[in-house]
Design a protein around this ligand. Sequence first.
Ligand code: AMP
Length: 505
Amino acid sequence: MNLALWLQRAATAFPDRVAVCLGEQPVWTYGEWADQAARLARGLRESLGLQPGERVALFMRNQPEYLLWLYAAWWAGLAVVPVNARLHPEELHYVLQDTGAALLVLSDDLAPEVQRALGERLPRHLLADGPEALALQQAAPLPLTPREGGDLAWLFYTSGTTGRPKGVMLTHRNLRVMTACYFSDVHAAQAEDSSVYCAPLSHGAGMYHLPFVVAVARHVIPASGGFEPAELVQLSRVHGRVCGFFVPTMVKRLAEHLAGTGEPAEGFLTLVYGGGPMYLADIEKALAVMGPRFAQIYGQGETPMCATALAKPLLADRAHPDWAARAASVGLPQTAVEIRVADEQGEALPPGEIGEVLVRGDSVMAGYWRNPEASAAALRGGWLWTGDMGALDAQGYLTLKDRSKDLVISGGSNIYPREVEEVLLRHPQVAEVACVGVPDAEWGEILVACVVGSAAEAELDALCLAAIARFKRPKRYVFLSELPKNAYGKVLKTTLRHQLKENPA
Ligand code: AMP
């Protein structure tokens, strides 16, 4: 089944319903959106000669046309390659080459730099809403191109906190299953909801537009194209029932903003967070300020948005004796997948033991694009090996300890940095913290805490001593004005390790 069928179905049944807004202003109804997508699809196939299965790369900021191009490509049987708009042109070039994209679609504000930097190295390209794109939409609508569940829909380049980006092959079936899990495990989207896109559409936030097409709900692109707390609060007032996907730092900033202004949070319905660890202190504060409006998901590009979920009622149940442990977990397996915490042979470990998190189910990628070695390493014995370390509890809640390579082994003892970070963050003068292992002659590796804040070392040490085993205490503290982060706001621990190696204390 082609994912674009959902748009066709919505447009047939509810053609006049507002579908896409830019800020407060409606841009397209469902009827208009589907009609333009079908016309553009014909332009792609007949004027540009693209064939089903070919790739269209999107290097675009968040703008309404993003949603148009996704559907035009799918309607025509093409696969999309949404590239993070904050990448360097050379990184974009790598993706274009790797995918062999037949067409590149650019936002007008991103095009000049890309054209200047890559010039002749660019494939055929056009502006998302330029004259060429408009001319392509003059053709008659193309009938929807049938697709099998296993056909490629979305080539997702992993964010690259580790190594060289790889193209995760996501099929129409993968994203269909992800969408069904959104309804069953995260939030039962309804027609009155407004899905707001503050995080890049090239990533999970973009995939999470799908349930809102199924629900025939409203899609809202902030006029800023990104995350501005004041703007988001205003949009929640205008549209109401705001849903969306946020990385933990955005949740923190939104809650701080509302705590500062004292404005109500009633325009927000379900804010889903994930993509990186949410610290207990932060979600506690967000719940206190905004009320029970949060759900968490854990996934990765290789099983998009779809491994575990911590649903709203579970996060909201503050009276439950296990609330703190649950809120610090990533929740329960989503409906369509199996989760196993395994030893190195892939054997299931008993509850409480830490091992690698494996995922099996129809959301799991078909493999990495033209990379059989990496595919064979990640997909073994019928399971996706996520590279994340975690433990299940007796009720089936999964708690992530860290990425496996982040594990620090000091004097033969394993230290999971996440555990130490949680403790250090309890100090009121610690804004952010990242713990990494650096080589050490005596211990093999030592744990170094990189702290943004002004807490005294002795106080941090005392906090650790009061909460975790002695050997887990950082052996060194480094105070920084900020932590290095990638375009998605994830802390770049590899960069931190390099910095520490170059500047040993
Ligand atoms: P990406 O493939 O770029 O989306 O990165 C996925 C990785 O982000 C996962 O493998 C985890 O290490 C991390 N991650 C995703 N969701 C969560 C979450 N809810 N809590 C902690 N880490 C997460």
